[in-house]
Design a protein around this ligand. Structure first.
Ligand code: NAD
Length: 489
């Protein structure tokens, strides 16, 4: 299959993008890119390593003090806004690429992933204009003021679940603060990142400011970037365990780190909530994007009086979800990302059975779909808090439902994890909403909703779900250095 991209690139050419040019690996090495919905090869990807990362970092370092630095704030903001505009102009094409690459439904890529990628640039283009710095007068003795400057060359390491959306969530503030960067896209989803190179060039980003090196993680491009002595900071989104390895590698030059990691998020439903409204959102928070969203609420706790009603309605709604061809508008659940991940997710279903769990729906490949990594949305009950299936991140369309009796009990269960990314609480009791939200150990707690985001607000995880926060000023703080200038009067 060949999907045309502008400038003669086709989907089977995912090259590196360094200093404004598409280039192959020095040794010509490539790896295959597979469509998870068909298991067919859809292209080849240049496999980068230390040499390509060295080259990209060198160019990014040169560009830091080149024309990028000389642009006025307004000109830089216009370029960043233009990137968003071009993404919107190419929304159809980018959504098709994202769907082919990830297995996610096309409508989802078209209505969420790609528009949000554009909005990330529009948001930071506006936001950067309004940022000031601090100033203090120390009696009659001195005045102090802070100046903000770029951190330098930043490594952006990305996961496969929301490829363009999450990459641009880092790239937009990184550029807004005046940095240059080297991007390492996930090896399973290289396509939209590759196209972003030419979009940046067309928008007027000077050569060398945005560089992209494809490859794998350990002993490959990812590790080389994390270890590189001339990279000042790493912004990483991915698995907690990978974050630990990157931290060790980055310690060689004491890099600044921003981490958005895994989650095992509680979805707490009190009996006083509107069960029909809860079901509507819970189906989404459980199974959207095949459950491959770090914020999915995979541990569902339901207060005993509505437990049976909730289960019956939740199972019925889940059974209606159409699983299959991501390009079919009726499809609600596409294919999981790849074979290895499919094996991992289904191994948890097997484990649930061995641990005494009941599979109320799903748990298997849908009939008639022999090819592709398709799995029916799966609801499991009968497991207790100590089971691995309840404790570990599965990152697929698999949720557990557990009843509870007391508020203190459910708070303790929700917090009984080394993760702390997000949580949802469903209740119509105002006092309880505030009381419980304040006690849940998570970076974001939604009350009577899920996935609602204002990009000015802090986003990130507690405990082993992350380090630091992204969003608005939090992103700008990460991507900039402050110098305080103290003048004696
Ligand atoms: P992953 O950790 O396997 O890979 C992420 C990226 O890191 C890839 O580009 C990979 O090549 C690279 N990498 C792997 N090993 C490396 C190493 N040793 N050194 C440097 N780079 C390395 O994660 P994934 O499977 O792509 O993504 C799924 C995970 O991401 C889930 O745990 C999910 O919860 C998490 N996630 C978190 C958020 C968030 O905002 N908190 C958002 C999306 C995904």
């Amino acid at each position: 299959m060949k999907v045309s991209m502008s400038k003669g690139l086709i989907l089977n050419d995912c090259l590196h993008f360094i200093n404004g040019q598409y280039v192959s690996s020095v040794n010509g090495k490539v790896f295959k890119n597979v469509n998870p919905a068909t298991e067919e090869e859809i292209g080849i990807v240049a496999e980068g390593g230390r040499e390509e990362v060295d080259f990209a970092v060198r160019e990014a370092r040169k560009a830091l003090n080149g024309p990028w630095k000389k642009l006025t704030l307004n000109d830089r903001s216009s370029i960043i806004r233009k990137i968003g505009d071009i993404i919107l102009e190419r929304v159809e094409e980018l959504a098709e690429m994202e769907s082919l690459d990830t297995g996610k439904p096309l409508w989802l890529a078209k209505s969420v992933d790609i528009p949000r990628a554009a909005y990330n640039f529009h948001f930071f283009a506006d936001y950067m204009i309004g940022i000031g710095t601090e100033a203090y007068q120390t009696d009659d003795v001195a005045i102090n003021y802070a100046i903000r400057r770029p951190v330098g060359v930043v490594g952006l390491i990305n996961p496969w679940n929301l490829p363009l959306l999450l990459l641009t969530w880092k790239l937009a503030p990184c550029l807004a603060a005046g940095n240059t960067c080297v991007i390492k896209p996930a090896e399973l989803t290289p396509v939209t990142a590759t196209v972003l190179g030419e979009i940046c060039r067309e928008a007027g980003v000077p050569d060398g400011v945005v560089n992209i090196v494809h490859g794998f993680g350990p002993d490959s491009a990812g590790q080389a970037l994390a270890e590189h002595l001339d990279v000042n900071a790493i912004s990483f989104t991915g698995e907690t365990i990978t974050g630990k390895t990157i931290m060790a590698a980055a310690s060689k030059s004491l890099k600044r780190l921003s981490y958005e990691l895994g989650g095992k998020n509680p979805n707490i439903i009190f009996a006083d909530s509107n069960v029909d409204e809860v079901i509507e959102t819970t189906v989404k928070s459980s199974f959207i994007n095949q459950g491959e969203v770090c914020l999915c609420g995979s541990r569902i706790y339901v207060e005993r009086p509505v437990y049976e009603e909730f289960l019956q309605k939740f199972v019925a709604k889940t059974k209606q979800l159409v699983v299959g061809d991501p390009f079919d508008p009726k499809t609600k659940v596409g294919a999981l990302i790849g074979e290895e991940h499919y094996e991992r997710v289904t191994s948890y279903i097997q484990l649930a059975k061995e641990e005494g769990g009941q599979i109320l729906t799903g748990g298997k490949r849908p009939e008639g779909l022999e090819k592709g990594y398709f799995l029916e949305p799966t609801i499991i009950t009968g497991l207790d808090r100590n089971c691995q299936v309840v404790r570990e991140e599965i990152f697929g369309p698999v949720v557990t439902v557990i009843p509870f009796d007391l508020e203190e009990e459910v708070i303790a269960q929700a917090n009984d994890t080394h993760y702390g990314l997000s949580a949802s609480i469903w209740t119509n009791d105002l006092r309880r909403a505030h009381r419980v939200a304040g006690q849940i150990e998570a970076g974001i707690v939604w009350v009577n909703t899920w996935f609602l985001r204002d990009l000015r607000t802090p986003f990130g995880g507690m405990k082993q779900s992350g380090i630091g926060r992204e969003g608005g000023m939090h992103s700008m703080e990460f991507y900039s250095e402050l110098t305080n200038i103290c003048i004696k009067l």
